[in-house]
Design a protein around this ligand. Structure first.
Ligand SMILES: C[S@@+](CC[C@H](N)C(=O)[O-])C[C@H]1O[C@@H](n2cnc3c(N)ncnc32)[C@H](O)[C@@H]1O
Length: 382
């Protein structure tokens, strides 16, 4: 405190600064080894602008003493979480952008890019982000990338080399790697990767369909078997108002729309929402709408005859609870809820708790379709 007061700050400013530094310290402590290694290798200076492409859904750079830290993410929840931290820590040098690519950012180029792709991220999506960030990097700017050997980091190193012409290893420890490249005036980047896929599906009900899916969207190279099984199992009635929860590029909602009265598609990922919107138009479906939404939030007060979901089981119990309890609140009386999952246990437990009886409509190729109707009223009201 004395140090702060001696440096000319008012008492209020000194308290604010100490509180902020403590919060930054806590944030750093809570970040894993990977972030610390990435930040140490970046050696960001206070006059520099940082582009933060995230660390498995979390920001890597918040709290850095930099001129600006711009976090870019396509998942609504990640960006909100980042905004919340910025507000809580009263950071005036940081901001979060909900965008599918840093290419759309305007303003001066960045001096540093930080990126630690999530383990489950599609390779072509990571390549696409590396390419886009290269285009936003100042000459002599540096790109730091971290990851695990068993999570594709070697292929990312090769992409850095193809884009920047060179790459150095700044950390190689117990399967963990940090790579660094810097931009010279001579490099013009690499050939763009093919990050969007278009495929026809004509052997599911209501077909034929043509779908477009960007890398980074679930099952972007073709119809997922679980998606197919749910579509084939569906009993959609012509008067149904349907919700496709976690719609991805939109296959389930669009297939339902060919038989239903109307369909609402929701997803938390902006990439997915944009693909679904294009696919609705591409397949000439006039009775479907798509919105960006964490769970059911973009459908407040609305109820549906049928709620469909290819479950994001890797997200764990919290999302399962959010989806199942939300479904109970958003179903009409006698409304139906169908979920397909590879490991259905998580959803089965939640559905039994909320709906009582749960049927297994189908089980093949490792996927199970769970079905329930009429939530128990006590839970519905909760
Ligand atoms: C297994 S994928 C299924 C995608 C699509 N329905 C299909 O079958 O191809 C699960 C989807 O749920 C979305 N998702 C995950 N959590 C969500 C949430 N809280 N709210 C809305 N969507 C979510 C993901 O972005 C992803 O697109």
């Amino acid at each position: 405190m004395i140090r702060e007061l001696k440096s000319g700050l008012t008492l209020f400013q000194a308290v604010q600064r100490i509180r902020r530094e403590r919060q930054i310290g806590n944030l750093r402590k809570s970040q894993d080894r990977g972030v610390s290694a990435l930040l140490a290798a970046a050696a960001v200076e206070s006059h520099e602008r940082v582009l933060d492409l995230g660390m498995a859904g979390r920001t890597a750079g918040l709290g850095l003493n930099a001129a600006g830290i711009h976090f870019v993410g396509s998942d609504l929840r990640e960006v909100r979480c980042c905004e919340k931290t910025i507000r809580r820590m009263a950071l005036d040098n940081a901001c979060a952008w909900l965008e599918v690519s840093p290419a759309v950012l305007t303003g001066p180029c960045f001096d540093v890019v930080l990126f630690a792709p999530a383990r489950w991220e599609a390779k072509a999506r990571v390549f696409e982000l590396i390419d886009a960030a290269f285009g936003k990097l100042a000459i002599h700017g540096r790109f730091l990338l971290a990851g695990r050997r068993n999570a594709g980091v070697e292929s990312y190193r090769r992409r850095l080399k193809a884009v920047f012409g060179r790459v150095e290893t700044t950390l190689s420890k117990s399967g963990f790697r940090v790579y660094r490249s810097s931009r010279s005036a001579a490099e013009t980047g690499a050939h763009p990767v093919d990050a969007a896929h278009v495929f026809d599906v004509d052997d599911i009900p209501g077909g034929p369909y043509t779908f477009e899916a960007s890398s980074g969207v679930f099952s972007s190279r073709g119809l997922d078997p679980g998606t197919r099984i749910l579509i084939e199992t569906l009993d959609v009635k012509s008067g149904d108002r349907v919700l496709d929860l976690g719609c991805g590029y939109g296959a389930i909602g669009i297939a339902a729309a060919r038989r239903a009265l109307e369909v609402q598609l929701l997803d938390t990922n902006l990439l997915a929402v944009r693909c679904a919107r294009r696919n609705i138009a591409r397949n000439g479906v006039a009775n479907a709408r798509v919105a960006l939404s964490d769970g059911f939030e973009a459908a407040p007060g609305r109820t549906f005859d049928l709620i469909l979901c290819n479950a994001p089981t890797h997200e764990g119990a919290e999302t399962a609870r959010q989806f199942v309890q939300g479904a109970a609140r958003h179903l009409k009386s006698k409304g139906r809820f169908a979920v397909v999952a590879m490991r259905p246990g998580l959803y089965l437990r939640q559905m039994k708790r909320v709906f009582g009886a749960v049927d297994q409509l189908e089980s093949r190729q490792g996927y199970t379709v769970l079905f329930a109707r009429d939530a128990k009223s006590a839970v519905t009201a909760a």
